[in-house]
Design a protein around this ligand. Structure first.
Ligand code: KIV
Length: 262
């Protein structure tokens, strides 16, 4: 998959983007055939145990982007720009985005609509492809006042649509729509020419993105309506660890199959 194929897939093939944060999760999703890997700043919640994505730093993101690139060298990788890495002046924003491309990412993702259009244009002018992100934008959780579904009323719908058009005009090659009501996501998808990739935004987006740990059932405490679990790996993993602990305590492991002899 390259940027042109991603854009051309609109109204033809559904795009699938899945998060990965390290070497082995990148290998899993790339070998499974995902179109795009997102090294999301959701790693703040999922991997680093922060309460939200706001504490995530460039240094943390860079370690994970590099690991993902090593695990999936042939897959299209989008690196999420963390909070305050692109709201800090255009020159600094370009420098930060460029760091991800130097590590092997193919594009960056930034949150926001009209207010980030100038940044998007600058990145694109300098050869840095940008994926937009509208709807619930977790880096603005303090301003939004919680993780709420977006695009319910006329005003909110108009703002999202204007944001999508501004991102497209600025040169973004696709837009994530997070937690947008299905009707609004459908209308935005129909009105723009670049693909929309939805999460919790219904059936009519041009593609879907999911946090890998949600798909695999690795976070028992988090099960919003839009998440469908395809496995229950938290419980499966815990049971495996319990079995190991019991085997060691009871002298069952190691057995003769797992020892070396002279
Ligand atoms: O950080 C992330 O994983 C994201 C997705 C939820 C789109 O931004």
């Amino acid at each position: 998959m390259d940027i042109n194929k991603i854009v051309r897939s609109k109204r033809k093939n559904k795009l699938v983007m899945i998060t990965a944060y390290d070497f082995i999760t990148a290998k899993i999703v790339s070998e499974a055939g995902v179109d795009i890997i997102l090294v999301g700043d959701s790693l703040g919640n999922v991997v680093l145990g922060y309460p939200n994505t706001i504490p995530v730093t460039m240094d943390e993101m860079m370690i994970h982007v590099a690991a993902v690139k090593r695990g999936a060298p042939e897959t299209f990788i989008v690196a999420d720009m963390p909070f305050l890495s692109y709201q800090c002046g255009l020159d600094k924003a370009v420098e930060n985005a460029g760091k991800f491309l130097k590590l092997g990412a193919n594009a960056v993702k930034i949150e926001g609509g009209i207010e980030v259009a100038e940044i998007v244009k600058k990145f694109v002018d300098f050869g840095i492809p940008v994926m937009g992100h509208l709807g619930l934008t977790p880096q603005s959780v303090n301003q939004i006042g919680g993780y709420r579904v977006q695009g319910k009323d006329e005003k909110s719908k108009r703002k999202l649509l204007e944001g999508a058009l501004a991102l497209q005009e600025a040169g973004a090659f696709s837009i994530v729509l997070e937690l947008v009501v299905e009707e609004t996501a459908k209308e935005i998808t129909e009105k723009i020419e670049i693909p929309t990739i939805g999460i919790g935004s219904g059936r009519f987006c041009d593609g879907q993105v999911v946090v890998l740990h949600d798909l695999l059932g690795l976070i028992p405490s988090f099960k919003p309506k839009f998440v469908k679990r395809y496995a229950n790996l938290f419980e499966t993993s815990k049971e495996a660890v319990i079995d190991f602990i019991n085997d060691v305590k009871n002298g069952i492991f190691p057995d003769s199959d797992h020892v070396f002899h002279i």
